[in-house]
Design a protein around this ligand. Structure first.
Ligand code: FES
Ligand SMILES: [Fe+2]
Length: 362
């Protein structure tokens, strides 16, 4: 655990934190296991007596709606010998461990444990599935492994507002089919820090910068609680006419791009033009290794052509970022510098993010 005082909270993170085993374990336990994470789609547990499964980093979780309609989240690990219990999604009246057939209710309470009554010295007292916190947020399920955690209400409302200000209902957004998952050979903090600044956009994302106004005058940064946000309009003219056309208000009602990051690593992008939302969440899978998963939502009335061009454009930006992030990882892990030195204005959200990291580890 890292101690934090008001003097150290604003110091840049040490470079060795990006490639260290103990640091990675602390960040998983103290940051990812104690914050709100996307754990699937609300529609998968809309019906009473249904369940879905997910993983928060390495932790298997099961989310279930019981017969009375109450939603529960639990660690999906049998307290008997540690077997993962439920798989996939679907209707369920009970949860039964595939190993020795112990049965749990959809609230995680142990209902039967065969042959334990024949044991002289074995109590099943308290052998329930460990609870986690869960909420439905529009089309998504959010889980916090800290069962007593309060939802980040103000942060969620800010993200929701950046959709609803254009007349779309966040609650009614339908996910597009499929999820995109990818692995990146770098620490999760590198990916998030890269996401949080557009100082690199003019150098790295030349096409993107032609279309989105990334100038410091128009690329607005703000933060509140655990939410870090950038907002930028589409340029009035661009050499990339096709992209400029689809992303501008000529193509649809959304005037600005909104890039939100809910700490620690959930990003929420509202794309301009006809409109689409991308929700991507990142998590560490080991030392200097991360994974990401993305779900897209198309606004009512957005055309297939728009989505196709937007996805292509987004993919290009992602590839440019991933290549850059692996270079940053190599340098940060090399020992050549003691820490990065983000710019207080142009990289203000990186500074704010590093502060949140230090606070969470304190
Ligand atoms: S491990 Fe689950 S019932 Fe034995
Ligand atoms: Fe980038």
């Amino acid at each position: 655990m890292t101690s934090v005082s008001s003097d150290t909270v604003s110091l840049p993170l040490p470079a060795h934190w990006y490639a260290d085993e103990k640091q990675a374990r602390d960040e998983r336990d103290l940051i990812f296991y104690k914050s709100w994470q996307v754990a699937g789609l609300a529609k998968d547990v809309r019906e009473p007596q249904s369940m879905t499964t997910a993983k928060i980093c390495a932790m298997p979780v099961v989310i279930a709606r019981d017969a009375s309609g109450e939603l529960h989240a639990m660690l999906n690990v049998c307290p008997h010998r540690g077997t993962v219990i439920a798989q996939g999604s679907g209707p369920a009246k009970l949860l039964q461990c595939p190993n020795h057939a112990w049965v749990f209710g959809l609230d995680g309470k142990l209902k039967s444990a065969p042959r334990t009554e024949r044991e002289d010295d074995y109590s099943c007292e308290g052998m329930n599935l460990k609870p986690a916190a869960v909420i439905e947020w529009g089309p998504l399920l959010l889980v916090n492994l800290d069962a007593g955690a309060e939802p980040p209400t103000a942060e969620l409302a800010t993200m929701q507002e950046s959709v609803e200000r254009y007349g779309f209902s966040f609650d009614e957004l339908e996910p597009m089919p499929g999820r995109f998952e990818w692995e990146i050979e770098c620490d999760w903090k590198i990916l998030i820090e890269n996401y949080l600044e557009c100082y690199h956009c003019a150098t790295v994302h030349k096409d993107f910068s032609q279309v989105i106004d990334v100038s410091p005058e128009h690329y607005a940064l703000s933060s509140g609680g655990t939410l870090l946000t950038a907002q930028a309009p589409v340029r009035a003219t661009s050499k990339l006419e096709q992209q400029q056309k689809i992303l501008s208000t000529a193509g649809g009602p959304i005037t600005d791009s909104h890039w939100h990051m809910l700490f620690p690593a959930t990003t929420f992008n509202v794309y301009p033009g006809e409109g689409a939302i991308e929700i991507t969440w990142f998590w560490p899978t080991g030392v200097s290794k991360s994974k990401a998963c993305a779900i897209f939502f198309k606004m009512d009335g957005a055309s297939d052509e728009y989505i196709e061009q937007l996805t292509e454009f987004g993919l290009q930006v992602m590839e440019e970022d991933n290549a850059l992030c692996t270079l940053m990882q190599e340098g940060m892990a090399s020992g050549a510098i003691a820490s990065a030195r983000p710019l207080p204005n142009s990289e203000a959200l990186v500074v704010a993010f590093q502060r949140l990291v230090r606070r969470a580890l304190a």
